[in-house]
Design a protein around this ligand. Structure first.
Ligand code: B12
Ligand code: SF4
Length: 607
């Protein structure tokens, strides 16, 4: 029996999140399969985290697996379902099993696109082990989501007593994750959460707080030190609300001598006092992420969260005095929050200087959460497709949600959509290196050179730049079908087209027509401030400047699924090494447009 496991990354033109795509769940499952003597492999990181849809599919088809398992989160579920459908098309007898937080019978999007055989709801290890035992005649195990004879999906109730943690092998200690870790280790010391935030699905999957044995955790920390990793991110949902916290911190102090590893975790600020912060610093904590979400008590009550302003501020102060950075999260769109409540929350944090990093996130109505179940009762509306962003509440419209992000940007003087520079422009800016073996740039200098992007059998990366001369740009009848075919075969491609600096806006029209013909999950994010269209960018580079041509779609309001319209500005974003945009460039753009777009500097991501 052959098993292939994979977890697709959060996509961006510069592959930023690809580096952090650590298939922890898949590695747990691989360990369990290997214990059973089954040939189970994780798709290699360069391919799964950077490769395009076709490249990944080919590699799966070549492996001829009997079972493929995919981990589904809201940022990759759409692409995972596409891939699942393709696998079933090319390997009809292969069983496709989906797991991860997106898998629940309450996820309409999942069920409507259901080209898979089996879904595993909630924690996976136990069910996976049984599934392998019975494979291919898998009985109706608790926690499985399957299509019944009536054609409808059915979810079997989960077992009420979750298994002890630590029963299964650690993928770090066994080395299964070695080739996927990039200096940072993601580590669980507990599962389960004592809180019940109404927007969160985590407690549904792991209701009771359970611990991994200390000896395993400490061996993992020791190994991280030995391997020279620089950071451990604890995935525990609320790090400080666990039994035996002091003992854990003592152990971390012992096993992280000289604070060689930096630790990062999530917790509530109110729980922090001076001695605790001091001990955390001694253990090696460098950052703590705290969810404030809102200062509006009614909104917090609606999502079952509490907030004690003085204790919150004191907790943040204690952290910062010990040199631990505070990352404060605010959420836009909680029921009862108005635009002014969101702004008031940001103002409050800033006025008290209670942060090192302040982040604003839009609310998503995630399947299986209390908010999603109470959508109509609470008068909420959200996108039916990932990332399921809230688009309306009785106190907030989509335009106001978008304005909240403008307010954040203006207050923080920081781009909410920082520039993602594709790696083919890395001469310009230090963009993380892309793994070898994938094509991420193609240059067409003459019309005769236009040919399929998969030419020469080299697979393509999911973010690819096509460079065109002016002569080629004018031959859209030739390149149009080639790019269209590539996007059809690889619908999750992020495409950047480099056109010559002296191109005229009307010469770009065929590219915008191509852009209009597709929909990528990134294009739906209406909470960004200058362009919701990011899956296809048109760029030029000249005299040390890189600029993104204004997309004519930005001049029209974006119509959301519920008919609301959100307006964007057609803006020409420029990357400069200095602070000023040179006059020659402004003149260059003015000459090209009868009503010239705004020109603004574009900041690359800070980290
Ligand atoms: C690390 C992480 C990230 C990383 C991802 C890095 C990476 N590894 O690629 C980053 C920083 C990118 C991230 C971002 C976000 N995240 Co996050 N993140 C997490 C976190 C903390 C850990 C995930 C993890 O590895 N867990 C450990 C593994 C073992 O658990 P697991 O993934 O659930 O897997 C188990 C089961 O699900 C199942 N399973 C999983 N895969 C498979 C496959 C098969 C075949 C089977 C049988 C079973 C199975 O078995 C596993 C073992 O029991 C979780 C919270 C958590 N503690 O789990 C949130 C979580 C996954 N994130 C969440 C959210 C909402 C976000 C954001 C949207 C937050 C925001 N507001 O911006 C963003 C997404 C950004 C975007 N633009 O879309 C939600 C996901 C909800 C959903 N439906 O997908 C979670 C669950 C947090 C929460 N409290 O709700 N996140
Ligand atoms: S948001 Fe965090 S604290 Fe709240 S229920 Fe989810 S995991 Fe627990």
């Amino acid at each position: 029996m052959k098993v292939v496991l994979l977890q697709l990354p959060l996509q961006s033109h510069d592959f930023f999140f690809s580096h952090e795509n650590i298939p922890l769940a898949a590695a747990y499952l691989q360990g369990i399969a290997r214990q059973r003597g089954i040939d189970a492999e994780l798709l290699p990181k360069p391919l799964v985290s950077y490769g395009n849809d076709e490249a990944i599919l080919h590699s799966i088809v070549d492996a001829q697996p009997d079972l493929v398992g995919l981990s589904c989160y809201l940022w990759n579920v759409e692409r995972s379902l596409f891939l699942a459908g393709q696998i079933k098309r090319y390997l009809p007898s292969c069983i496709v099993v989906l797991g991860g937080p997106e898998i629940t019978s309450q996820n309409r999007f999942l069920l409507d696109h259901g080209h898979f055989d089996i879904g595993v709801v909630g924690e996976g290890e136990e069910i996976w082990d049984q599934l392998l035992e019975y494979f291919p005649n898998v009985p109706d195990l608790p926690g499985l989501l399957r299509r019944g004879e009536d054609g409808n999906w059915h979810e079997n109730d989960r077992s009420s007593s979750p298994p002890k943690l630590g029963r299964w092998p650690s993928p770090f200690l066994s080395g299964l994750l070695d080739s996927h870790i990039n200096g940072v280790l993601w580590l669980e010391t507990v599962r389960g959460c004592p809180y019940r935030c109404a927007y969160c699905s985590y407690p549904k999957h792991s209701p009771r707080l359970r611990e991994f044995p200390f000896d395993r955790v400490f061996r993992e920390v020791e190994q991280a030190c030995k391997k020279g990793l620089k950071e451990i991110v604890f995935l525990d949902p609320c790090f400080l609300r666990r039994p035996k916290l002091e003992a854990l911190l003592d152990g971390l102090i012992t096993h992280n001598p000289d604070r060689r590893l930096r630790f990062h975790a999530e917790a509530r600020a109110e729980a922090i006092h001076h001695q605790l912060a001091e001990k955390m610093a001694r253990a090696g904590f460098a950052q703590l992420e705290v969810g404030l979400q809102s200062v509006n008590r009614e909104a917090l009550r609606n999502v079952h969260r509490s907030f004690h302003p003085q204790r919150f501020l004191s907790g943040i102060r204690c952290l910062r005095e010990e040199g631990i950075e505070a990352m404060v999260d605010v959420m836009a769109g909680l029921p009862a929050d108005t635009l002014s409540d969101i702004c008031r929350t940001l103002d409050w944090v800033m006025a008290h200087e209670a942060y090192d990093y302040l982040m604003l996130y839009p609310l998503s109505l995630i399947a299986g959460t209390e908010l999603q179940q109470r959508t109509s009762e609470l008068g909420l509306s959200a996108m039916p497709d990932p990332p399921y962003l809230l688009t309306r509440s009785p106190t907030l419209t989509a335009s106001e949600m978008n304005q909240a992000f403008h307010y954040y940007e203006a207050s923080m003087e920081e781009e909410i959509t920082p520039l993602e520079i594709p790696p083919s422009f890395k001469v310009l800016w230090s963009s993380p290196a892309l793994s070898k073996g994938l094509r991420y740039r193609v240059d067409w200098n003459h019309p005769q050179e236009i040919e399929s992007l998969c030419r020469s059998g080299i697979p393509t990366a999911y973010s690819i730049t096509v460079g065109m001369t002016r002569e080629v740009l004018r031959e859209s009848r030739i390149w149009g079908p080639v790019l269209k075919e590539h996007l059809e075969r690889n619908p999750f491609t992020l495409l950047s087209v480099e056109v010559p600096p002296d191109a005229l806006p009307e010469e770009l029209d065929p590219l915008w027509r191509l852009a209009r013909s597709r929909s990528h999950p990134l294009d739906r994010d209406y909470t960004v401030t200058h362009s919701p269209y990011r899956s296809l960018m048109v760029l030029s580079y000249s005299r040390g400047l890189l600029w993104k041509w204004p997309d004519p779609r930005e001049s029209q309001p974006l119509t959301l699924h519920d008919g609301q319209k959100v307006s964007f500005r057609a803006v020409c974003k420029v990357v400069t090494q200095g602070q000023e945009i040179p006059e020659w460039f402004r003149e260059h753009i003015r000459q090209r447009y009868s009503s010239p777009p705004e020109i603004e500097r574009w900041q690359p991501a800070e980290d």
